[in-house]
Design a protein around this ligand. Structure first.
Ligand code: ADP
Length: 494
């Protein structure tokens, strides 16, 4: 079975979030299962530099489209440890831009995003319909997030194409909205710009095209698949989704267990396994030292690796810490945050770090904030922390808690979306049954988060109980094999 994935980012070259990890790992996992999967991505500078030349690379000129000229489709065969064949869309006018793939340096969206991602989607649909590569026509077009939503619409305009389409929602909050007046530039029939298509309250939403025109819709956890049918989590699309609910499925993301493996991770101070945990203590000490925190084994290190937006609930953590009495909890608390995002949150974090600065051991609360996007530090925090906080208000799947589980770092999460599906709360029953893997609070409220943190502190002082939780967390299997099989079953129409 041939599967063409289309996505706007791919690890390790262009990544703003979990989508890049999935776009890299899912098709590879499918190749390992014997499917013939390929990935189409835009030719950003970092990607072209890494892959544009070399042996076996083929360039196909596409002519002008969407106001851009000199467009080429580059077919890149597998190589250099990469099992996945790629199609790279080389359109310098649209994609030869540094930095974030969607935003200008001032944080606003590129004004031509509709045309940029329409082009990506159009090329995907042409490939899927057999119009670009006669030797490789996919059975399934698998489009990811709003950037690829129009691919399902373009494919629907080609009735002769036998390729089925599947659209995966990685985050319903991002919908690719633009003015209705853009429609004539997209080369789609006028009726698609109405309510029956991807018009929504007087504008176009590219995500809606995926929801309306795909043969199947998936999202990245079973709980999120249920939540998005409700007004509270539907980001206005609950009605549209409700009308297609029999086509909607939740498939939990996996993680790349080669990139995220404490036994082999070259980015951490010392490797370790569930049986040999000394390495984790070394990782903790190295993290404390590098962040300027007191090197204190008895302190509970709480890590955060996150985009800093309201979605991620880091403000809930800061509010919970405001009144938190670590002395009463009996455990010094050290909070390490890595992230970038909205200015108000970054400002609040800086302010809290000034009030509770890192320093020598013997202080009840210390905080350190590293502003930035830093893959290596992300690994060092996930290995070195005792607890990873993911207090998201909503979370389609969440990857960091999955990494944390594998590294024996216990997640502290809001019971929502994929977090609810992957972390078992350490209440007395679950601890007794040996099933607990973390700390879960029921509503996005700071006092409830503080209670969960208190519970973590209590258990942290009971070394055998903590070790049992770590063992259970590290034994979880979140490899891609299971989700890759679930997608295959959907492709086949099971
Ligand atoms: P989302 O896609 O909503 O941002 P996920 O948990 O699904 O959330 O995926 C986030 C991914 O981005 C993870 O791989 C995480 O490690 C990574 N990440 C987020 N922020 C940073 C950062 N500041 N530095 C390094 N990696 C980060």
């Amino acid at each position: 079975m041939r599967v063409l994935h289309v996505a706007a980012e791919v690890f390790p070259w262009v990544k703003t979030g979990g989508l890049a990890d999935v776009a890299a790992a899912l098709p590879e996992a499918q190749c390992a299962l014997g499917l013939d999967a390929r990935l189409l991505v835009p030719g950003y500078p970092a990607l072209l530099e890494a892959l544009g030349g070399g042996r076996g690379v083929k360039r196909l000129p596409l002519g002008p489209a969407f106001g851009a000229a000199g467009i080429e489709l580059i077919a890149v065969p597998p190589g250099r440890g990469r099992a996945l064949p790629l199609y790279v869309l080389d359109a310098p006018w649209f994609f030869d831009r540094p930095g974030n793939p969607y935003l200008r340096e001032d944080g606003t969206e590129w004004p031509d995003n509709p045309r940029r991602f329409a082009l990506l989607s159009w090329v995907a649909a042409q490939l899927a319909a057999g119009g670009l590569d006669r030797h490789w026509v996919p059975d399934v077009l698998h489009a990811h997030d709003w950037h690829a939503g129009l691919a399902c619409a373009y494919l629907a305009t080609q009735p002769a194409a036998r390729t089925r389409s599947l659209f995966t929602v990685h985050n319903l909050a991002f919908q690719g909205a633009c003015e209705l007046s853009v429609l004539p530039e997209l080369g789609l029939p006028a009726w698609m710009g109405t309510m029956a298509g991807f018009e929504f309250h007087g504008e176009l939403r590219f995500l809606k095209a995926g929801l309306v025109f795909a043969d199947r819709i998936t999202t990245v956890s079973p709980t999120y698949a249920r939540e998005i049918l409700t007004p509270a989590f539907g980001h206005q699309m609950d009605g549209v989704l409700g009308s297609r609910r029999e086509r909607l499925h939740g498939i939990l993301n996996g993680i790349d267990t080669r990139v995220w493996d404490p036994a082999t991770d070259p980015q951490i101070a010392q490797t370790y396994t569930a049986k040999r945990l000394e390495g984790k203590a070394a990782c903790k000490a190295a993290l404390q030292q590098s962040m300027g925190l007191g090197v204190e084994p008895r302190a509970l290190v709480v890590g955060v690796v996150s985009r800093l937006t309201a979605q991620k609930g880091i403000d809930l953590l800061l509010s919970a810490l405001d009144g938190f009495d670590a002395r009463a909890a009996g455990v010094p608390l050290q909070v390490v945050v890595l992230g970038t995002g909205e200015a108000w949150l970054e400002g609040w974090l800086r302010e809290r770090c000034r009030a509770e600065p890192p320093g020598p051991a013997g202080v009840w609360l210390q905080m350190a904030f590293h502003r930035g996007y830093d893959e290596a530090l992300a690994h060092r925090i996930i290995a070195g922390a005792d607890v990873l906080a993911v207090p998201s208000r909503f979370e389609p799947c969440g990857l960091t808690q999955l990494y944390a589980l594998r590294y024996g770092t216990l997640p502290l999460v809001h019971r929502v979306g994929g977090l609810a599906d992957t972390v078992v709360n350490a209440d007395a029953a679950a601890v007794g049954a040996g099933r607990a893997t973390g700390f879960v609070f029921d509503r996005p409220e700071a006092p409830l988060l503080a209670q969960a943190l208190t519970r973590a502190c209590q258990l942290f002082t009971q070394a055998p109980a903590w070790r049992q939780l770590m063992g259970c967390a590290m034994a979880q299997d979140f490899s891609w094999e299971t989700p890759a099989r679930a997608y295959e079953a959907l492709y086949r129409g099971d």
